[in-house]
Structure formats: structure tokens, C-alpha cells
Write a protein that binds this ligand. Structure first.
Ligand code: NAP
Length: 448
């Protein structure tokens, strides 16, 4: 059976959207794929989430650029689906619609004091230092001596590492200029990493955990009494290997003695659930409650104590943004779907489907699976060569023009990219990001 030329809209130009465009482009040679992003820039978390001092993780952007540059694929940045174009209009225009809009909203900590000043979600904080326009004006308070980071995942490690690094250690990063200024003026002496479970339950990857042993001014502190004697043999192999390496690192940290040049103490605190944040003019202390784990469940003991915390950052996961006109799973904080199918000819992929889990390449397998699903449905007989194709980009382009939306296309992104790299080269860094919507659009529109 021959398939008609197919118009496809992918909402979100992050890793999941780009991997999916690549997979669909290979499988449906005649497909016309439009990838929308609410930001003027593509690549989602690769630009806005990955730590600025981990440039290797961002190399995947080159592959995504090749995808966006392919015949039949268009990038439409600065178009907010649900606002500039409704979901009904997108469905009317395209044969296939795929939500790949990620998970950007911080999960709420939901304890007394969590709305005090100087309490931030990691999503907002990371957007701020990575120069995402929404987070640009956060201006976080870092002039106190003590910062508490809640959560035991890799985002918590990213935050602790960036706060602890010296300006020299950040010199080759693409940390934004406004964040460099705040970091270099910070007066931090103590960083507390708070896990409500034990050291073997932490979601730390070994390479990220190991970095703390190498940093110029960090003295990692671990209470040896919190470390188990061994990793349980019943743990699945893959998980056990990581847990053993992490346990070795934590033992090494527990044995270290402080030295004069190690001016920042990094406290790993396990079995501690956040109970309340106190302060009269913003956060001052974080109250914790001792826990133990019983058959995987967290049990609170009633034993409470407080640590100083002039700034509190939660790194406890994210939810997706609800898009008007689409089902939403309020419990999981994802688009509502059945194994990737949202509605007839509407699909979802990536973090807005799976929740905020997994590293960038994990989205590839997900994208391949969703591409297969789409092909399966297209081949199921109700969408053959005899069916007239939907208007696709013709309709959408007309609406965008009528509504005066300033679309940034792939050439516009290339101009932004070149300008950022040139500014970075002048400053001896990989790139100096443009962080305001109007600057990004103006740069995208400059004709050479
Ligand atoms: P994560 O790995 O799911 O960690 C979230 C942490 O928050 C967990 O320790 C969780 O504890 C804790 N938590 C959740 N709710 C809490 C609450 N109410 N109070 C206290 N603690 C709470 O998520 P993430 O760190 O945001 O990372 C997201 C994904 O991105 C992960 O797959 C991560 O590996 C990936 N990532 C990778 C890198 C890298 O490879 N370098 C860097 C950044 C992110 P429980 O276990 O008790 O729920």
C-alpha cells in the first residue's frame, strides 16, 4: 500500500522532537515535517538544561542541526502552540501531530515555607544560568553562606558542582555572563545535598559524583555511619555496578580531611526528608526529618533538626506544561496518552510522555518506537494514497502571517548560533548566549 505525502507537526524541537523528525524522515521519504518550538532556539534541554561545564553532552546538537537542515524538514521557532496557534488548528492542518514539548515545570515541594523568598526550583534556576529567556530575570540570592539542594539526582549534582566551581574551573564553560557575575560574587561556605533515601538509592551517575573529588575548593563530607557495609547482592547487575562505584566514592569522601584551600564544604545528607523552611526575610533554615526505608517506602521517624539555608533549591523533578485542548495526566504531570497515542493521529514522545527521566540519548529509542507507532497507524488502511492530504504548512503559514508571529526559521537559528559563537570566541569561551527574546529575534532577522 502506498502512503500519500504526509504532513507532520512536531511540537517541541528538543532531543525527542529532533530524534523523531530524523526517524520519520528516514521512514517516510515524502513526509513534510514542521518542528515548532515556543523559543526562538532549538534543541530544548541540550541548550537549556545540560550543565554549561559539560560541553561534550551538547555535541549531539550537531546531529540535530543536520536533521533540521534536511529537505522536507522545517524549524519554526518562537511559535507557541496553544497560544499563537491552537491545538485544533494544528490538528486541522497536519495529518500527524506529535507532542514533544518536554517537562519544564518544577514539581512543588509542598512543605511549609516553600514559597519564601530565596527558594527556587531547579527548572527555574537552571533556566536562569543557561540563559533561557523565561528564567533570565530570576536573579537568585547567593550572598548567604549556606545553600541547601533538595534531591539526590544528577540535576542536584549539576547545581552543587556549578555553585562550587571556581571562576577558573568555569572558564571554558558556556555559563551565561549574568550567571558568572552572580556566581563569582557568591559567598557560599556550605552546600547541603539532601536525600530522603539512602546513598544506594541516589540517582547519581558515577562520573558526576566523582567530579566532586577533583574540584579545587570542595571538601566533600559524608557521615560514614550512613554508608552501608556492602551493596545488597539481590540488586540487579547494572544497578549494583553503579551503586558499588558510588559507594566507593562516598567512602573516599568520608575519609577525607579538610584543608585550608577547600573553602566550600559539600555535605551529603541522606535519610533526611525536607519538613519546613523557616526565615523572616527569606529562607534561613531548612528543617529536616530523619527517615528510614522499609520495603522501598520512606518512613518518617519524627526526629527533626535544622540546617542553615540562606538559599534553598529543589531538584525533585519536573512536570509538563498543560496544553489547552489536549489530555493531561495530572498525577504524573505528563500528556495523557496510551503508549504514546494521545488521540487519533496525535502522539507524544520524550519527557512529556515518559516523565523527566533519562539522559539525552534515551530519547532516541523512544522516538524510534513512536515513529513505528505512527507508521503502523498510517499503514492500518485508513490513510492511503486516495485520501487528500491536509493543507499542512500552507494553512499554518497563513495563520502565522495573519497573526504577525515572528517565526525564527532554521536560517535564523544559524544566524543566532554564529553570533553566539563569535561573541564566545571574543571572550575565550565556546559561546556567549543571547538570553532575551527580542535579541534572539533581531539576530535571527539580520541579513548578511
Ligand atoms: P531524578 O533523578 O528523578 O531525581 C529527583 C530526586 O528528587 C530523587 O532523589 C527523588 O527522591 C527526590 N525527590 C522527589 N520528590 C522529593 C521530595 N518531595 N522531597 C525530597 N526529595 C524528593 O531527577 P533529576 O535529578 O531532576 O534528573 C532528571 C533526569 O535527567 C534524570 O534521568 C537524570 O539522570 C538526567 N540528568 C542527567 C545528567 C547527566 O547525565 N549529567 C544531568 C542532569 C540530569 P526519591 O527517589 O525519593 O523520589
Amino acid at each position: 500500500m502506498t502512503l500519500a505525502p504526509c504532513s507532520i507537526a512536531i511540537i517541541g524541537a528538543g532531543p525527542a522532537g529532533c530524534y523523531l523528525a530524523d526517524a520519520l524522515g528516514r521512514k517516510l521519504a515524502s513526509a513534510r515535517i514542521d518542528i515548532f518550538d515556543r523559543l526562538p532556539t532549538p534543541f530544548g534541554l541540550v541548550r537549556g538544561g545540560v550543565a554549561p561545564d559539560h560541553p561534550g553532552t551538547k555535541n549531539i546538537a550537531r546531529q540535530f542541526e543536520r536533521t533540521l537542515a534536511k529537505d522536507g524538514v522545517r524549524f519554526l521557532g518562537n511559535v507557541d502552540i496553544g497560544k499563537d496557534i491552537s491545538v485544533a488548528e494544528i490538528k486541522q492542518a497536519y495529518d500527524i501531530v506529535v507532542l514533544a514539548s518536554g517537562a519544564l515545570v518544577d514539581r512543588a515541594l509542598d512543605i511549609p515555607g516553600d514559597t519564601l523568598d530565596h527558594v527556587y526550583g531547579s527548572g527555574a534556576f537552571v533556566s536562569w544560568y543557561n540563559g533561557i529567556p523565561d528564567g533570565r530575570d530570576l536573579s537568585p540570592h547567593l550572598s548567604g553562606e549556606s545553600v541547601a539542594i533538595i534531591g539526590n539526582g544528577n540535576v542536584a549534582l549539576d547545581l552543587a558542582r556549578l555553585l562550587a566551581k571556581t571562576a577558573d574551573e568555569l572558564a571554558t564553560s558556556d555559563l551565561c555572563a549574568h550567571a558568572r557575575d552572580v556566581f563569582s560574587a557568591a559567598a557560599i561556605r556550605d552546600i547541603w545535598l539532601i536525600g530522603r533515601r539512602g546513598p544506594l538509592d541516589a540517582n547519581f551517575t558515577t562520573a558526576e559524583l566523582a567530579e566532586f573529588g577533583q574540584l579545587t575548593r570542595v571538601h566533600p563530607i559524608v557521615d560514614p555511619a550512613q554508608l552501608p557495609l556492602a551493596v545488597p547482592t539481590e540488586m540487579p547487575d547494572e544497578q549494583r555496578k553503579i551503586a558499588e562505584k558510588n559507594l566507593d566514592l562516598l567512602r573516599d569522601y568520608a575519609n577525607r580531611t579538610p584543608t585550608a584551600e577547600k573553602s566550600i564544604r559539600l555535605h551529603f545528607v541522606f535519610f533526611a526528608a525536607p519538613a519546613a523552611i523557616h526565615g523572616s526575610c527569606g529562607a534561613e533554615t531548612l528543617e529536616l526529618e530523619r527517615t528510614y526505608i522499609e520495603r522501598g517506602r520512606i518512613v518518617l521517624t519524627g526526629e527533626r533538626w535544622a540546617i542553615p539555608a540562606n538559599t534553598v533549591i529543589t531538584a525533585i523533578g519536573y512536570r509538563s506544561r498543560e496544553i489547552p485542548g489536549l489530555p493531561f495526566d495530572a498525577v504524573r504531570g505528563t500528556i495523557g496518552h496510551e503508549q504514546g497515542r494521545v488521540a487519533p493521529r496525535v502522539y507524544t514522545v520524550g519527557w512529556c510522555k515518559r516523565g523527566p527521566q533519562g539522559v539525552v540519548p534515551a530519547n532516541r529509542a523512544d522516538a524510534l518506537a513512536v515513529a513505528e507507532l505512527i507508521l503502523e497507524d498510517l499503514n492500518s488502511g485508513d490513510r492511503t494514497i486516495t485520501e487528500p492530504a491536509k493543507p499542512g504548512r500552507l494553512l499554518i503559514d497563513a495563520l502565522l502571517t495573519e497573526r504577525k508571529v515572528q517565526v525564527v526559521d532554521f536560517a535564523g537559528w544559524q544566524r543566532i548560533n554564529a553570533a553566539e559563537i563569535a561573541a564566545g570566541t571574543r571572550a575565550g569561551r565556546p559561546r556567549e548566549k543571547l538570553t532575551r527574546i527580542d535579541e534572539l529575534i533581531a539576530t535571527a532577522q539580520v541579513q548578511s
